[in-house]
Ligand binder design. Sequence first.
Ligand code: PEP
Ligand code: MN
Length: 332
Amino acid sequence: MIIHLPIDLDIEQVRALAEDASALWVRKHDKYVLITHSSVKELPPVLQDVAQAHWVLSTDMQLSSRAYDSHTHRITIGDTYIGGDCKNQLMIAGPCAVESREQLEQSCQMLKQQGIRVLRAGCYKPRTSPYTFRGLGEDGLKLLAEMRDKYGLLIATEMRDATHADKVVEYADIVQVGAKSMYDHGLLTAAGQSGKPVILKRGFGSTLQELVNCADFIMSCGNDQVILCERGIRSFETNTRFTMDLCGVAWLKEHCNLPIILDPSHAMGCAYGVGDLARACTAMGVDGLLIETHPNPAIAKSDAPQQLDHQQFAEMYASLKTIAQAVDKNLV
Ligand code: PEP
Ligand code: MN
């Protein structure tokens, strides 16, 4: 259940009421919002005289549900935004990992030339083999910060675990929680306290309900700037890296009030399918795309097979424009 309380209540009183009702609480500019487990169906007696409004919800997708708030959250990204009443589709692109200054310079020049606002590249890479490149860590974050200053791009980058969450939050404009750490409660808490927009990637073995519960986890820590990312789930198919769950995206659009971006690069795992998938995703009218592109994919230190080279990226991006127009979306 979600309960609204008036903003003029004393904060100690709100704390005590929340404790009595076994509820979490967050402060908004015009109200306090208490959230109990969704099994609570009757307004707790202690709240009966103070509640302004309440919502009985069927699952723990509460703050992120359209049943509570039917409007898609508006999230500011630099000088633009996604969600709300806008029709923007945001392109987030860059190499899988920060590898060197020279590589990043080439990436940034290409992104600027294409009019793209957000550079995404990882410095803490979650890898399935311990013997592969794990990222440059803080040195990589410093390079990203340098590029932001030089090229005026916004920086999206992943925090892989809570040991470096503070550093990532300090440097990033958009914080990414990766598929492999979707359930990490230390990370979700750090993302919830970061004050930055968060890209929450769906775990490849996670249901939609589990994804939105994790989104609620972040939001119940006081941060409602959450962007969901579908990046493919594991199915019985082995010829492609993952299976992009577009049915799931349709479900999220219907039931969840958060903007949704799609990541065809990780879903496909091979560069050749990424353009087609990006066009299909754009036709679904989503809020953004995340595409991996590298100046020389053949020598990329992570996710080499799926990264587009700059020529392929430019062709793919150009092909999205007419599709975006046809579904009344505006590429930003
Ligand atoms: C990534 O974004 O580079 C990444 C590792 O993706 P995912 O978390 O979706 O596997
Ligand atoms: Mn990658």
